[in-house]
Design a protein around this ligand. Sequence first.
Ligand code: SAH
Length: 220
Amino acid sequence: MLFARNYKTLRRKMVRNQVEARGIHNPKVLAVMRKVERHLFVKPQYLNVAYQDGALPIDCDQTISQPYIVALMTDLLELTPTSRVLEIGTGCGYQAAVLAELVGDVYSVEIIPGLVESAKARLEALNYRNIHLKLEDGYYGWEEHAPYDAVLVAAAPTDVPECLIQQLKPGGRLVIPVGGSEQNLLLIRKGLQTDEDSIHSLETTEIIPVRFVPMTGGLN
Ligand code: SAH
């Protein structure tokens, strides 16, 4: 167990060496990565490696994502203080906390009951009032609060779920890992214009190869 000031130093180093060094310069994203205390989201036995450059195991065979990947996905969403964001795969709630620092409301869906309960308790203890959690198969999104300015998916389906595209606002952005043993992080932007069939255009950009836990439920 380290002192709070030591964790703060480790966070600054994490941001410099893992995030800025890999080309992320958005000051808001860097500030939030320095602020959110990742060590409060990991299991006690991983406290001393909470700011290292990788994913870590959490309960139920799931993981907390690598800090760089959290920063990258957050950056790609081009969030504003009024954005409404949907996250699929709450896990421990770290990414949700990072998003909640930057936007109006975060809606996060998790399929494993125990993880929803522990994330809820943790995020409440940290006083995040703009994070809304739901136990559900996130393959189908969270229709009730749609449309979203941005959707972030933290588990990999084999194909992009149609519901997530539907629940995106025109001009909105979806960041999603897609694939099986080999996955790619995709950025999908929904066009502002509709054509005669009122189908929105989609602009897809491959960002980098990634390795996320598989999305369960849905058609997988
Ligand atoms: N966002 C997390 C990463 C979570 S790991 C972080 O902050 O580090 C991915 C999570 O997606 C796991 O908790 C897993 O249970 C969940 N998941 C997998 N398939 C899902 C589905 N269909 N719907 C919702 N959550 C799902």
